[in-house]
Design a protein around this ligand. Structure first.
Ligand code: SAH
Length: 457
């Protein structure tokens, strides 16, 4: 029996996707030790003890695990973003595959094979998007950082290993200008202060979209600010202010105002041009995303006569990247600005046989019925692509897909737990589940992307 504040030694036998080493006490209690690694023997102090588990703080590593690697970020433990920064990449890959396997086991799908994690092998600087909260230091100067894990305290990490160094440089320059203009940092506790977040996106060419999130209608001396920052960084091709006056932890408000440049950032993905508005989702890891879409296309094994139905389509990336091998495409997405981008993206790439609808897929409106009504076709030769947000899709939608006898469903997911839950519903409804391919879109973090093809029996 361990009690709070006890110091004890423990062998670590597992590493979870939140970055905690897992061990068991002699009497069988599960202990989570953040920062410890499978194969370590550690000395740890209990900081929380409940009936079923305990959490302990790592004090010393008594015997280090062979999986350990030197962390190249001083902030990884406090930030909590890179849960695998202190283990070697081979072991990270194994952990992620095991996470997906265990999600399928828990959903009663232990027979579904889970493939080795595929990766493009780039472990740093891969993120093309970042949102930094703004804090203020002891001297009253603004800094960009991250929220310390599970808190609302901003900790300064000028240069995150996952983002391009240019992001850090732009942040520093923006904040120097803001300091000169005596702009204050937003404080979540009091709801006061102006500058909340810096939101950046970059394309493969190195061009940047910068958006300043403010708790107010505008930034003082906006015009001068825009001129100065764009002069200093010609890479900035699009500059926005986003207005967020709500006292919430949601980063972005509804109103965007373009201060300079273009209303979108354009990127090239899978050989196609894509315009991305600031409201739209876009995969954060460009090269790994191409790998993922390539695998998805291979699994779809298109013969040319298929109709693609791309649900949760964002700006249309997946469907448009496969249309050269299919007959037509219908995309459905909830964010109107993303739907606008999707339409524009089809035109930009001279794709005429694609249509996009703005609709909420979680409403129990039969969506395929609506698609059929608008396009006048049935689903006998269709491939439905599902790429929902973390919470997965709905039972109603899965049942509608099954009732329409859709022969192939391609499910792409960033959450193994909801993927496995939804695959189980597909199986109940007569679908055979293919091998789950895992792709590392988020190296060093606890997240993993997956793609699976399901076929109607
Ligand atoms: N397939 C796209 C986007 C995937 S992210 C890509 O690969 O880039 C998930 C998308 O689902 C987001 O664009 C999000 O806006 C959209 N979405 C979330 N909830 C939705 C809902 N209830 N109905 C329709 N779309 C939704």
């Amino acid at each position: 029996m361990i009690c709070k504040n006890d110091l004890f030694e423990i062998d670590i036998t597992d590493l979870n996707n939140l970055g905690s080493g897992v061990g068991h006490t002699a009497d069988g209690m599960v202990v989570f030790v953040p920062g410890a690694v499978t194969g370590d023997r550690v000395s740890a102090r209990a900081i929380k003890v409940t009936k079923s588990y305990a959490v302990a703080k790592l004090e010393t590593v008594v015997l280090p695990s062979p999986y350990r690697a030197k962390s190249d970020c001083s902030a990884s433990l406090s930030c909590g973003g890179c849960v695998y920064r202190h283990v070697n990449y081979e072991y990270e890959k194994e952990c992620k595959r095991n996470y997906v396997r265990s999600a399928f086991r828990k959903a009663g799908l232990q027979d579904v094979p889970v493939g080795e994690l595929r990766s493009v092998g780039v472990l740093s600087g891969y993120r093309n998007k970042a949102q930094y909260p703004v804090g203020v230091d002891r001297n009253g100067n603004l800094f960009a950082g991250f929220f310390a894990a599970n808190t609302h305290r901003v900790i300064p990490i000028a240069d995150c290993r996952l983002t391009p160094p240019l992001f850090g440089e732009i942040c520093r320059a923006v904040l120097t200008l803001c300091d000169k203009a005596l702009i204050s940092a937003y404080n979540e506790q009091t709801g006061k202060g102006l500058l909340r977040h810096l939101y950046l996106r970059r394309n493969v060419k190195g061009e940047v979209m910068l958006c300043l999130v403010v708790n107010g209608r505008e930034l003082p001396h906006e015009k001068e600010f825009a001129d100065a920052i764009c002069r200093q960084f010609p890479q900035i091709v699009s500059l926005y202010v986003n207005v967020n006056r709500q006292n919430t932890n949601v980063i972005l408000g509804e109103d965007y105002r373009l201060l300079a440049g273009l209303p979108y950032l354009e990127d090239v993905l899978c050989g196609l041009r894509f315009r991305i508005s600031p409201q739209s989702f876009y995969q954060v890891n460009h090269d790994a995303c191409e790998l993922l879409y390539g695998i998805a296309k291979e699994k779809a094994d298109l013969r040319g006569g298929e109709r693609l139905v791309d649900l949760y389509c964002g700006i249309g990336t997946i469907g448009l990247s496969m249309i050269d091998r299919a007959k037509s495409l219908v995309g459905v997405e909830i964010v109107p600005e993303a739907v606008d981008c999707a339409k524009e993206n089809a035109a930009l790439n001279n794709i005429a046989n694609a249509t996009f609808l703005c609709a909420d897929l979680s409403e129990n409106e039969p969506m395929l019925a609506r698609v059929a009504k608008e396009t006048g076709e049935d689903f006998a030769h269709s491939v439905v692509i599902l790429d929902p947000p973390r919470k997965g899709t709905t039972r109603a939608l899965i049942e509608e897909i099954a009732q329409n006898n859709v022969p192939k469903v391609l499910y792409i997911s960033c959450n193994p737990d909801t993927l496995a839950r939804d695959c189980a519903i597909f199986r109940e409804n007569g679908y055979e589940i293919g091998e789950v391919t895992t792709v590392d879109l988020f190296p060093r973090t606890g997240h993993v992307e997956t793609v699976v093809l399901m076929t109607k029996k």
